[in-house]
Ligand binder design. Structure first.
Ligand SMILES: [Zn+2]
Length: 339
C-alpha cells in the first residue's frame, strides 16, 4: 500500500469532495475569469488549504490541460511547499502580524519568478491582528497583477466584512460520512470497520480522517481530550482552572478539542433521546449512554452550547486560557458515585 506522502506526490487530484468548488475554480482558470482573492470558509481539516493548493497548481501547472497534472515540476514543487511563487502561511499557533503582510506585499509587487501566478494562502486568517488585516485590505482594494490571494477561516464572522466583500467566498461543508468511509477504503486501503470508525469520528472532515489513518497520535489525542473532559466533570472549580490552563497551553490543538467535545455532547444528547444509531463516537456508545443518564436534557444542551461558545471565543481571539477556564467552570459537576 502506498504511503500518504507517496500518494500525495503522484496521486492527483487530491481534493476530495467539494466538486462544485473544483469545477468553479477550473472554469475560472480556463476562461481567465479569476478573482483576485478567494475566501474558503469551513470546518477544520475539511480541505480548505488543499483546495487552495489545487488552485495554485491549476494556475501554474506546466501541462497544457486545464486540470493540474500533479506530476510536473510546478505541481510537485507546490505540493512540497517549495515553489517560489506560492506562499502558504499556516502556523495555527501564532498570529499574523503587520510585518508579515508587508513582506508579502513586497513579494506581490514583483512578477512571478518561475510560474505564471503568485499565489498567497493565508490560513486561518482570523489569526491576523487588526493592523495586519487592515494592511492586507489595501492590497485587496488595489490588487497587483498576476497575484491570487486565498484566505481561509472556520467561520466567516471571524473576518472583517470589508475583507470578505473583496473576496469570492466558497463555503466548504463537511462531506457525507459515507463518502469519507469510501475514500478511506478505496484510496488508503483501510478495512471496513476502521474506515467506518474514522469516517464517523471525522464528522465528514476528510483531512482529519486521512491524517488519523496515518498517524495514531490523533486517536491518542482524542482519547486524552475525552478523558480530560470526563475528569473535569468530576473536579472542583480550583482543579478545573488548573486543568484549563494546562489544556490552553497547546493553543493550536484547541479547535480540534472543541470540535471533539461538541461531537461528544451531541452524542450524549442523541443517547438521551434514545437514538444511538448516528453517534459520532461510535466506539464510546456505552459511555454516552452512561452520561445521558447522569445529566438532565437542559444540562446536556447547556454543555453543548458552552463548548460552542468557547470555540467561537477562541476563534475571535479571546485568550485560550480564559475561554477554557470559563468553559470548564460552566460544566455541571458529576457526582462521583453515579459513575
Ligand atoms: Zn502540473
Amino acid at each position: 500500500m502506498a504511503s500518504m506522502s507517496e500518494q500525495g506526490a503522484q496521486g492527483f487530484p487530491s481534493v476530495i469532495g467539494h466538486q462544485w468548488a473544483v469545477e468553479l475554480l477550473q472554469r475560472g482558470v480556463t476562461t481567465g475569469h479569476l478573482s483576485h482573492a478567494y475566501f474558503f470558509v469551513g470546518p477544520t481539516r475539511v480541505g480548505k488549504t488543499t483546495l487552495a493548493l489545487f488552485l495554485a497548481q491549476s494556475l501554474n501547472c506546466l501541462d497544457p490541460q486545464p486540470t493540474p497534472c500533479g506530476q510536473c515540476n510546478a505541481c510537485r514543487k507546490i505540493r512540497r511547499g517549495v515553489h517560489p511563487d506560492v506562499r502558504v502561511l499556516d502556523d495555527p499557533s501564532s498570529s499574523i502580524g503587520i510585518e508579515q503582510i508587508r513582506e508579502l506585499q513586497r513579494e506581490m509587487a514583483l512578477s512571478p519568478f518561475e510560474g505564471r501566478w503568485r499565489v498567497i494562502v493565508l490560513c486561518d486568517f482570523q489569526r491576523a491582528t487588526q493592523e495586519a488585516a487592515n494592511c492586507l485590505l489595501k492590497t485587496l482594494e488595489e490588487p497587483p497583477p498576476k497575484v491570487v490571494i486565498v484566505l481561509t477561516a472556520v467561520e466567516a464572522q471571524a473576518l472583517l466584512p470589508t475583507i470578505i466583500s473583496r473576496c469570492q467566498v466558497f463555503q466548504l461543508r463537511s462531506l457525507p460520512v459515507q463518502q469519507v468511509r469510501q475514500v478511506l477504503e478505496s484510496q488508503l486501503g483501510l478495512d471496513a470497520s476502521r474506515a467506518e470508525l474514522l469516517a464517523r469520528l471525522s464528522e465528514g472532515r476528510v483531512g482529519w480522517a486521512m491524517a488519523a489513518s496515518a498517524d495514531e497520535s490523533l486517536l491518542r489525542d482524542r482519547e486524552k481530550y475525552l478523558v480530560a473532559l470526563e475528569q473535569a466533570l468530576q473536579q472542583d472549580l480550583a482543579t478545573r482552572i488548573h486543568l484549563a490552563q494546562r489544556l490552553a497551553r497547546n493553543a493550536a490543538a484547541l479547535p480540534d478539542v472543541f470540535e471533539l467535545w461538541q461531537s461528544w455532547w451531541r452524542d450524549v444528547l442523541l443517547a438521551k433521546s434514545g437514538n444511538t444509531d448516528s453517534l459520532t463516537n461510535v466506539d464510546r456508545k456505552a459511555a454516552a449512554l452512561n452520561e445521558a443518564q447522569r445529566y438532565t436534557l437542559d444540562e446536556i444542551v447547556s454543555c453543548l452550547k458552552a463548548v460552542q461558545q468557547a470555540a467561537e471565543q477562541v476563534e475571535h481571539n479571546v485568550s485560550p486560557s480564559l475561554a477554557m477556564e470559563v468553559l470548564l467552570m460552566r460544566l455541571p459537576r458529576a457526582s462521583v458515585e453515579a459513575a
